[in-house]
Design a binder for this molecule. Structure first.
Ligand SMILES: *Cc1c(COP(=O)(O)O)cnc(C)c1O
Length: 405
């Protein structure tokens, strides 16, 4: 009886949601109502280990006390001023952000896609005003199978037909090269190229890790052609891959501009930013660009606390060694259903052999064992728990994967 009623409550909520919400997602049939650290609970009180972390927006875990404290304290003072006035929180946040990123200047926005748009505008304006590219001739190189968000320009960067279908016409000025192929990149450069934009590991494409030395080569090729090297670290940044920023796994791969989002808001509030040099972000003049909510004091306090947690709790280091532990465990399963395990730190993709069907039923089976994760690109299960996860919880996750695979 209890079980039947539980099904009912969950199904009622799902059907209400499906009635009034556009169907632009295909969620697993679980309704969450509470979260703490690495754990979430559904409406019937069942507990799950969150192995998606809202696509790495929850690196600090659910409701980290320091982040919630910052949120509530700031909510008691002032939440929004607009950029028509100064607020007393933005400078402190951007100072910490720039120091952490090793950059000089930042421009705060809200969502990741908006920060991508900001980076594109900055690169184009830099191209016209500094590099001397003729008006409207700027080219930006991007990689096949990239993911940079869902706005019209971000889908214009996509090479995926499903992402683009029925959404054209697209923003012009982009060129595609295969991810991981430095020779193709060198070939694609022209005197009108203003930037290369890439993810240091492609997340949504199924955790694609480029060959060693690729990022350093990209840096060199951009230098040779006076083009900006821009990394989208919205998903890979802030400790996820076992370094503070993923490009730091390689020496000599420092970008000109870095795009951040997701975990910058600590899983609490949308905060994104572009960080770069004075020379590059200095191209913006009053009236060029903006956002009503970008840089609001609530966002700045939440983001400053979110950064502090990552730094103070050594989350990048945790991600490195706990990721290695999980990776070894998964490799040692030697399961015929696993085609490949790949990734860095706690950003791990488990590719399921097509002969054994798609990844979705495995995600559903994991859900029934108390593990929440989501397939990406049909065959890949992404394992990306919050970085505050304990060693014993990693081992428990390994046990659940072993039981199913
Ligand atoms: C999630 C993501 C984005 C888009 O961020 P939103 O906040 O969803 O707009 C852009 N780039 C990468 C690499 C991402 O993972």
């Amino acid at each position: 009886m209890r079980e039947a009623r539980a099904m009912n409550q969950q199904d009622t909520i799902i059907s209400l949601t499906e009635t009034y919400s556009a169907h632009n997602y295909h969620p697993l049939p679980v309704v969450l109502t509470k979260g703490e650290g690495v754990w979430v609970w559904d409406v019937e009180g069942r507990r799950y280990l969150d192995c998606l972390s809202a696509y790495s927006a929850l690196n600090q875990g659910h409701r980290h006390p320091a982040i919630i404290d910052a949120l509530t304290a700031q909510a008691g003072r002032i939440t929004l001023t607009s950029r028509a006035f100064h607020n007393d929180r933005m400078g402190k946040f951007l100072q910490l952000l720039c120091k952490t990123a090793g950059m000089e200047m930042a421009l705060p926005m809200n969502t990741g896609a908006e920060a991508v748009e900001t980076a594109i505008k900055a690169a184009r304006k830099w191209g016209y005003t500094r590099k001397g590219v003729p008006q409207d001739q700027a080219e930006i190189i991007v990689c096949n199978e990239n993911f940079h968000g869902r706005t019209t320009t971000a889908v214009s960067l996509s090479s995926d037909p499903d992402t683009r279908r029925d959404f054209g016409p697209f923003t012009p000025g982009f060129k595609w090269v295969p991810f991981g192929d430095a020779a193709a990149l060198a070939e694609a450069m022209t005197e009108n190229t203003v930037a290369l934009i890439l993810e240091p590991i492609q997340g949504e494409a199924g955790i694609n890790v480029p060959p060693d030395g690729y990022l350093r080569e990209c840096r060199r090729i951009c230098d040779r052609h006076n083009a900006l090297f821009v990394v989208d670290e919205i998903q890979t940044g802030l400790g996820r891959t076992g370094a503070l920023f993923c490009h730091q796994h390689e020496d000599g791969a420092d970008p000109d501009m870095m795009i951040l989002g997701k975990a910058l808001g600590g899983g609490v509030y949308p905060v994104s930013a572009v960080v770069s040099s004075r020379e590059i972000l200095g191209v913006f003049q009053p009236g060029d660009h903006g956002s009503t909510f970008g840089g609001n004091p609530l966002a700045c306090e939440v983001a400053r606390a979110s950064l502090r947690v990552i730094l103070d709790e050594g989350l990048a280091e945790r991600s490195r060694y706990l990721g290695a532990r999980l990776y070894e465990r998964l490799r040692s399963l030697n399961s015929p259903r696993i085609k490949e395990v790949r990734g860095r730190g706690l950003m791990i993709g488990v590719e399921i052999d097509k002969a054994h069907g798609p990844a979705r039923p495995i995600c559903e089976a994991l859900m029934r064992r108390g593990v929440l994760c989501k397939e990406t690109h049909e065959q890949v299960i992404r394992l990306a728990p919050p970085l505050v996860i304990q060693e014993s919880e990693i081992d428990w996750l390994g046990d659940q994967m072993a039981a199913i695979l």
